[in-house]
Design a binder for this molecule. Structure first.
Ligand code: ZN
Length: 80
């Protein structure tokens, strides 16, 4: 009974605006690590959209910046 209640409660409809949309960020430089570091797990993994709350466009921009930062060895690659 109580379990079901919590499940229902979690489906609260709330419009989540993505952080980058709110900040009107349309370009993400791979050098701005501070800007996207919080969206990367310690292993260098990009956080999934359900965690970041990003829209498709900004998730893509983030992924691109992270990939570039990895290539430049600014942040670690996934595992090892
Ligand atoms: Zn966005």
């Amino acid at each position: 009974m109580s379990e079901q209640k919590t499940l229902i409660k979690r489906r609260v409809k709330r419009r989540r605006v993505c952080h980058f949309c709110a900040d009107k960020i349309n370009l993400l430089d791979y050098k701005d690590v501070e800007k996207f570091q919080r969206y990367i797990a310690d292993r260098g993994k990009i956080a999934p959209r359900r965690n970041t709350g990003f829209c498709a466009k900004h998730q893509r921009i983030l992924a691109e910046a992270v990939r570039r930062a990895r290539y430049m060895a600014i942040i670690p690659h996934t595992t090892d």
